[in-house]
Every structure is written in C-alpha cells, then in structure tokens.
Ligand binder design. Structure first.
Ligand SMILES: Cc1cc2nc3c(=O)[nH]c(=O)nc-3n(C[C@H](O)[C@H](O)[C@H](O)COP(=O)(O)OP(=O)(O)OC[C@H]3O[C@@H](n4cnc5c(N)ncnc54)[C@H](O)[C@@H]3O)c2cc1C
Length: 446
C-alpha cells in the first residue's frame, strides 16, 4: 500500500490561509491542544520560510496577533528562521498585559503534550520534544513558565537586529482591514527587561503588513446568565475534598474535554490527570493500549466508541472498572447534563463520538458503569432545579464561539467569517510535524 506523502510548503501555507497574506493558526480546528497548536505554528513558519526562500512570496513585515503559546511559538520560529533577512520585521500584539495569560498561574490544570492521542504509540512520552519552545508535562502554570523562559532565550539569541521584533501589550483597540492587510491599534509598545516587559506610553497607530498571522485562540468561553462558571484555566477548588464534612451537589453541562476533566475531578477520589492512566490500568497498560490501538475505532477516527467500550467492559476494561469503583468521591453528587447545541444529544451513547479525547471517553464510560453520576437531558434550568444544585455549582463547559471571536478582529467581519466557517468544516491544518528536520536553528547552537 502506498503511504500518503507529506504535503509540501505550498499546500501547508494554503491550509492556514484566510486570504492572501492572512493566516489563522489552529483556532478553527477540532481537538486543539497546546502541543498541536505549537506543531501548527512550526508547520506554518516552515512553509513561509520555504516559500520566501524560493522567492515565490516575500514575508516582509509580519504581524502575529495573540501572545498565547501558539503566538509565542510562531514568533520564536519566525525569529530563528528570518533573523538575517533584512526586510523582515515581526510585531506581536497581545491584548492582555502579559504574554501567555491563560496558563500563567493555572495550578489546578495539568497538561501533557500528547496524552490527547492516547493510546497511540508514544502518546505517554512526557516531553513535547519540539525544536522551538519545548516543554514537558506538568501543571499548566509550570508549562507556561517554561514556555515564557524559552521564548526569552529565542528572543535574546535571534532578535539582536534593531527593529526585528516589537511587542505590543494591553490593546485598547485593534482592527484589521483584510483587503489592505492594514492593522490599526491603540496599545503600549514594550521594551524588554530580561524575561519581563516595560511599557511605553500608549500609542494609537496603523500600519500595513505583508503577512498577518492570527494566533488569537478561541475567544471567551460561552457563559450563561445566572451560572458564573469560572473559565477553564482559572484556579478553583473542585478537585479538593470538602473540609466541613458536607456533601455537595454539582451539575456539569457539556461533553467536550473541559467538561469530562471536571467530571473526573468531581467524581474520582485523589484524581490526578498525570497518574490516572497508570493507576487504572497498572500492569495491563501496555496490553490495553495495544488492544485499543488495533481497533479501527482508535483515536483519529470519528466513529462513536460506545459499542467498542461496551464490548471491552468484561475484558480489557474489567479491572480498571473495579479499581474505579473503589475510589468514587463520597463528598460530591454529580449530574452530567447532556443536551448539546440544538438539543442534539438525546442519549448517553451520543457523547462517545469525536468531541473529546479517547482517554476521556474511556474514563467517562467506566464512571457511568460505576454509577458515579446522574444524567439529565432536559432544559438546563429544569435540570438544575430537579437535581437541587446551587447555581454556583453549575459548570457550563460549552467552549467558545470562535468564528465570532475571529470575525471581531476585522473591519468587515462578514467576508472573513464566511472563510472561517469553511475552514472549520475543512479541518485542513494537520497536527502532524510536516517541517523538514533541522529547519529551526536553536539558540544553544548560535
Ligand atoms: C475549555 C478548554 C480546555 C482546554 N484544555 C486543554 C488541555 O487540557 N490541554 C491542552 O493542551 N490544551 C487544552 N486546551 C487548548 C489550549 O487552551 C490551547 O491549545 C492553548 O491555550 C494554546 O492555544 P493558543 O495560543 O492558540 O490560544 P490561547 O492560549 O487562547 O492564546 C490566544 C492569545 O491571544 C490573545 N488575544 C485574543 N484576542 C486578541 C486580540 N484581538 N488581539 C490580540 N491578542 C488577542 C489572548 O489574550 C491570548 O493570549 C483547552 C482549551 C479550552 C478552551
């Protein structure tokens, strides 16, 4: 059988392109993780570099919009590649007052580079092993710290030429004209003080760019009036046992990874994302991985895995279920509210499609079999009343309206939003490494 060949730079560039010269990194893809966003940033930087070198298109003045992990990886990749190109300059715009604001200080969230791909081979490897802004599994706050430190090292090593890199923070206004590739903004230019930034006075300005790269993430998570759910990366105490001996009721609405992680935290005693797979499967882990890898239902497949999990319940999942049964939290009563957009979720098996990682689906299935939570498919208000849950204990995990978020960056949101909708359907930005090994110079080799 012939193996599919890797796409070349032009094909990769096209998959990120909104209009000529304007690109978006990953925001419209499904199953986005920190690692996959970084891989996409490497892929796009490599494609732009190859196209620039072959003189098909000069990248010239570049704007990177968003200073989260994807934006920082993008900027660092570009710095290392275009350092010596006289006509290249990079401007990074971050709306917050510091870089990587989401994960900074996020102590209750654990992140791992590839566990999302479990049980694929290598998915438990702790290191991202990326050429630019590398990190290893840990609390999100530690990962953010590592990424920011790495960014500083790339910045110091490669942005020595005057004017090569500028960073604007604290945006008061920001708008892109996609026809002219022109950005207007009010923000603070910065100067570097080691890893930190000093702010200049705010300035209102506009400039034309040759290349604009949107790394502005997904937008604010959808919130419902009356249910003040903390955004995913903010710290809270859901994973801690109550101290007053009381039992508390919670309702989680949603069935993406954000909802299912919180389901685990609220139902499993001493739950830790970094150890759960080892604790559940122990010596059988390799066997379980091999079994699920072999099935056509493995990760990457869009098929619903409910039947597969049912069929595995008495075999490879048997011991894990018994272990889980022994460690259900006694201080919580949890309802999983499944309704979905347009009331699409009408039965439990529906959520075993591709909306979440395979590992989360496995644990959710086992929790269900252990009777760890109640289910409700009704209207949210009614479900909350039925299960007698305090509004503060309702967690709405609905993701964000990303097309609207990206559209809001533009003078004319409509035409670009149509293109964003198409990109959302197409899912063309591969999370696989496509660049040629050795492409990115490392600061230690300078
Ligand atoms: C609910 C939820 C759960 C998740 N769980 C995980 C997980 O467990 N593990 C994992 O690896 N990943 C997870 N992710 C994905 C993870 O959040 C992203 O992969 C990661 O934050 C890096 O993505 P990013 O840099 O593209 O976007 P972001 O981190 O969102 O960064 C975007 C940046 O752009 C800035 N910005 C926004 N608008 C503008 C503007 N107009 N101008 C300038 N700057 C702007 C923002 O302030 C932000 O700094 C989760 C995402 C969500 C929504």
């Amino acid at each position: 059988m012939s193996r599919k060949s890797k796409p070349g730079p032009t094909q990769v560039e096209t998959s990120f392109r909104v209009v000529p010269g304007l690109y978006v990194v990953g925001s419209l893809e499904r199953g986005v993780t920190i690692y996959s966003q970084q891989v996409r940033a490497h892929n796009l930087a490599w494609a732009l570099w190859e196209i620039h070198r072959s003189k098909k298109r000069r990248v010239g003045k570049i704007a990177v919009v968003g200073g989260g992990i994807a934006g920082l990886t993008m900027a660092a990749c570009l710095l290392s590649l275009f350092e010596k190109e006289e006509n290249v300059a990079i401007t990074l715009f971050e709306q917050s007052w510091d870089l990587c604001p989401l994960q900074q200080g996020a102590d209750v969230r654990w992140v791992h580079p590839q566990i999302y791909n479990w049980p694929r081979q290598g998915s438990r490897a702790p290191s991202a092993s990326l050429p630019v802004l590398d990190w290893s599994e840990g609390r999100a706050s530690d990962v953010a710290r590592t990424v920011l430190r790495e960014f500083e090292k790339f910045y110091s090593a490669f942005a020595r030429r005057d004017g090569l890199m500028s960073i604007y923070l604290g945006l008061q206004h920001f708008q892109i004209d996609e026809r002219e590739l022109e950005i207007s903004w009010i923000a603070h230019n910065t100067s570097r003080a080691d890893e930190f930034f000093q702010l200049a006075r705010p300035e209102g300005s506009s400039a034309k760019f040759d290349t604009i790269i949107l790394a502005a993430g997904f937008g604010t998570e959808t919130r419902l009036a009356g249910f003040p759910t903390e955004p995913y990366w903010r710290n809270e105490q859901l994973g801690q046992p109550t101290l007053d001996g009381a039992q508390r009721r919670f309702l989680i609405s949603g069935y993406g990874d954000g909802a299912l992680v919180d389901l685990c935290r609220l139902t499993i005693e001493r739950f830790r994302q970094d150890t759960i797979v080892y604790e559940l499967f122990r010596d059988e882990l390799d066997e379980v991985e091999e079994y699920f890898s072999k099935t056509t239902f493995g990760t990457g497949s869009n098929r619903n895995v409910f039947e597969l999990l049912q069929a595995s319940e008495g075999t490879v999942l048997r011991n894990a279920k018994l272990r889980l049964r022994d460690r259900l939290r006694k201080d919580t009563q949890v309802t999983l509210h499944l309704r979905g957009r347009n009331s699409t979720a009408t039965n439990f098996s529906y959520i075993f499609g591709s909306q979440s990682s395979f590992l989360h689906r496995v644990i959710t299935f086992l929790l269900y079999r252990c009777g760890a939570f109640a289910l409700d498919f009704g209207e949210l208000d009614q479900a909350v009343a039925r299960h007698q849950v305090d509004q503060k204990s309702v967690l709405c995990r609905y993701g964000a309206n990303t097309v609207e978020h990206l559209g809001s960056l533009f003078v004319r949101p409509k035409p670009v939003s149509r293109r964003f909708e198409k990109m959302k359907v197409k899912q063309a930005q591969s999370p696989e490494r496509l660049w040629v090994p050795g492409t990115f110079p490392h600061y230690s080799k300078q």
